[in-house]
Design a protein around this ligand. Structure first.
Ligand SMILES: C[S@@+](CC[C@H](N)C(=O)[O-])C[C@H]1O[C@@H](n2cnc3c(N)ncnc32)[C@H](O)[C@@H]1O
Length: 339
C-alpha cells in the first residue's frame, strides 16, 4: 500500500526516519510530505511527526486550474460511482506549505465544488470540511497540493488531530495555544476540582488553561506569573526549582503539566521520578528537542524496558501544530498495582 504522510515543513527527513522504524519505506518526499510504502495501517497512530495520512494517493496533474478541476471532479465522480451517499462525508483540499499554495488549494476547491454542485447537488450538501481525528481512516475526498498544478488525491484519510487553536486575549502567554491543542489531541483536560501541578509555569499560559476549566493549580517557577493567573484564588505560586520540587502534602495530583526550559534528558529523568512514584495520573509535557536527534529520543522514551513507556497506561507523543522545535508527551500513568 502507498501512503502520503504530511508533516511540518522541514521535518520530512525526520518523519521518513521515524517511519523506517515501523517498516514503512519512504519512496519520495517534498516540502511537508513523504510518500511511503508499507502494509500496516495501524503504525500511523504512533508516528510523532505525522499530521495527516492519505491512503493510496493518486497523482493528478494538469496544465491549468480548469483542467485540474475537471480531472478532480471526474475522479470523484468515478469513485462515488453508483454508491448512494446518505450521510455527511469529509473533504479537505490542502497543502503543508504556508501562503500561495494553500490559497491555490482553496481556489481549486471552490471550482470543484461549483462543478460538483451542478452534477450531484444532494451529495455536495453533505460535504463537511476537515479530516476527522482518530485511529481509523475516514472515507471522503482529500486533495493534497504538492505544486500549483499537481495534487495527490485520496478517498481515505486520517488525522492525528493537530490543529491551530484560537488565542484567548486574557491568556498570559502564547504557550496557552500549545496546552489547549494538547488537551484537544489527548482528548482529555483537567476538570473542576482536579489538582494540577504546572512546572515551568511562568508567565502562566498553561495554568490559565487549567484554571479556566475549574482546576486548582500549584505553579512552580522562579519567574513571575502575570494576571489574571497571578491573583487567581485557585492558584498557588511556588518560586522553586522544578527539577528539585517535591511538595509532599500536595502529592499525588491529577495532572502534571511541564513546560520547563531544560534539556530533554533532564526532563525525562524528572518524569521517571514522577511516574515511578505515581505522583500524577495524567501528564502533558513539552520537550524542547532543538537540534537533537528526535528519532533516537523517541526510541529511548518508547523503550519497553528502560524508557517511560513501561510506566504508562497511555502514551501519545506528537509534534503539535503549535510546537516549534518541540514535541509533546501526553498520557496516563499506570496505577501502582499494574506497574
Ligand atoms: C516556555 S516557558 C513556560 C511557559 C508557560 N508554560 C506558559 O504557559 O506561560 C519555560 C519556563 O521554564 C522555566 N524554567 C526553566 N528552568 C526551570 C527550573 N529548573 N525550574 C523551574 N522553572 C524553570 C522558565 O523560568 C520559564 O518560565
Amino acid at each position: 500500500m502507498d501512503f502520503l504522510i504530511t508533516c511540518k515543513s522541514n521535518y520530512e527527513k525526520i518523519l521518513a526516519r521515524e517511519s523506517d522504524g515501523y517498516q514503512l519505506k519512504p519512496s519520495q518526499q517534498g516540502q511537508g510530505w513523504v510518500l511511503l510504502k508499507g502494509d500496516d495501517k495501524a503504525a500511523f497512530t504512533d508516528l510523532c511527526f505525522a499530521c495527516h495520512v492519505l491512503l493510496s494517493p493518486l497523482n493528478v496533474s494538469a496544465a491549468s486550474v480548469n483542467a485540474l478541476t475537471e480531472k478532480l471532479v471526474n475522479l470523484f465522480g468515478q469513485h462515488v460511482g453508483s454508491t448512494r451517499i446518505l450521510g455527511p462525508w469529509p473533504f479537505l483540499f490542502f497543502s503543508s506549505t504556508e501562503g500561495p499554495l494553500i490559497q491555490h488549494a482553496k481556489t481549486v476547491e471552490k471550482y470543484c465544488f461549483q462543478k460538483l454542485q451542478k452534477k450531484m447537488s444532494r451529495v455536495t450538501k453533505l460535504a463537511r470540511e476537515g479530516i476527522p481525528a482518530g485511529a481509523k481512516f475516514a472515507e471522503g475526498f482529500f486533495v493534497y497540493f504538492t505544486g500549483f498544478n499537481q495534487a495527490l488525491v485520496s478517498f481515505q484519510a486520517l488525522s492525528q488531530g493537530q490543529q491551530r487553536m484560537t488565542m484567548d486575549p486574557q491568556a498570559p502567554s502564547r504557550s496557552y495555544l500549545k496546552i489547549e491543542e494538547s488537551f484537544q489531541v489527548f482528548g482529555r483536560a483537567p476538570r473542576e476540582n482536579e489538582k494540577v501541578i504546572d512546572l515551568g509555569a511562568s508567565p502562566g499560559g498553561w495554568s490559565h488553561s487549567a484554571l479556566k476549566r475549574g482546576a486548582s493549580v500549584i505553579a512552580v517557577d522562579n519567574g513571575p506569573l502575570r494576571e489574571p493567573v497571578k491573583s487567581h484564588p485557585r492558584v498557588h505560586h511556588l518560586k522553586a526549582d522544578a527539577l528539585k520540587y517535591r511538595h509532599e502534602e500536595a502529592l499525588p495530583v491529577d495532572w502534571l503539566l511541564c513546560d520547563v526550559l531544560e534539556k530533554p534528558e533532564m526532563i525525562l529523568e524528572l518524569l521517571e521520578k514522577w511516574f515511578s512514584h505515581r505522583w500524577c495520573r495524567f501528564f502533558i509535557v513539552n520537550l524542547k528537542v532543538g537540534r537533537l536527534d528526535s528519532v533516537a529520543l523517541l526510541k529511548s522514551i518508547r523503550d519497553k524496558n528502560k524508557g517511560l513507556a513501561p510506566y504508562c497506561k497511555e502514551l501519545c507523543i506528537r509534534q503539535l501544530y503549535h510546537d516549534r522545535e518541540e514535541i509533546t508527551l501526553m498520557g496516563e500513568v499506570k496505577p501502582p498495582s499494574s506497574s
